[in-house]
Design a protein around this ligand. Sequence first.
Ligand code: SF4
Ligand code: SF4
Length: 361
Amino acid sequence: MRQGFGKSRASLKVWFWRAQRFFHTRARELRAIAKALISTKHPFLVHIIPTRRCNLACTYCNEFDDFSQPVAAEEMKKRLDILADMGTSIITISGGEPLLHPELDEIIGHIRRRGMIAGMITNGFLLTKERIEQLNRAGLEHLQISIDNTMPDEVSKKSLKTLDQKLELLGKYAYFQVNINSVLGSGVKDPEDALRIAHRAVELGLTSTVGIIHDHDGQLKPLGPREIEIFEEVMTLSKRSFSRFNQFQHNVARGRENHWRCRSGSRYLYVCEDGLVHWCSQQRGYPGIPLEQYTPEMRQREFFTTKFCAPMCTVSCVQQVGILDNWRAPQHLKPMPMTPPMPQSGPQPELVKIASGRGDS
Ligand code: SF4
Ligand code: SF4
């Protein structure tokens, strides 16, 4: 697949600002890790949703719709202020498709003004040279695009063919770090695609990772021998990615359960477009408490709560957060019963289990 695609070169000016932002972000990441090792009282990573609407409709995804209005920037800033006051280190903006939000740059700017690291997960379709330069100015520090295949099909349009031009633009103009995630596992037609995507990312000076998806029953299934070879090769290509040192995904690739302590609801939060806190994108509905009512005691309780889904979990970002605390504080609590709905507040949201675990834009 590499033949036929062009190379792109960043100008000296872009290299300078990219290096400057890289070292600045890396220094803050190291400070954030040190802070997390000293204290367990604050969230390390939060995913926040400014819009549920998406311009695509990948058939495996249940994290989007085609009608939701964007959350007002003032409301997003209020939520970010609460998260900053909790001591949160990293905010990743997700969706839906965040680039559909008309005031996204204001939201990114607010994350930076409040001293947090700003990242975003996008499908990349709306990126242009001008949009990338706006994101540079807003202060974005990380961006991730997931690519599902080399040619678009009925399942996903997020293909190397449709996105390659966007990757070239990112390689040429982005000051922020860009990671390209590919997928292996259930439902992936051609596993060689993951390798082609990873090589192309590295060729353009971007990093690459690979995610492994469950089958439709949410079961861990070992990858085949060739898929494991591809997985290991992509991990080796990820020279700048922390994930290659993470045993978690290596176990997932072999269908082995992981024994770890998921600290979602405490060190990791998923804040949906309605401003409710959930364990993660795959376990939406619990605890389902409004962010402004989410107390330090609730976070502390979740820190010590066993997550029934942990052994088969494929959410690598939450597992990476878990590494900070796996060595301490065993979990001994059961999940609390759902908070009863308030009068007139309508039905409590159902627990949504997304078996495939790949609704990651
Ligand atoms: S699916 Fe994974 S990240 Fe989500 S709550 Fe369960 S163990 Fe934690
Ligand atoms: S996976 Fe991402 S791009 Fe695809 S429909 Fe879901 S939110 Fe949109």
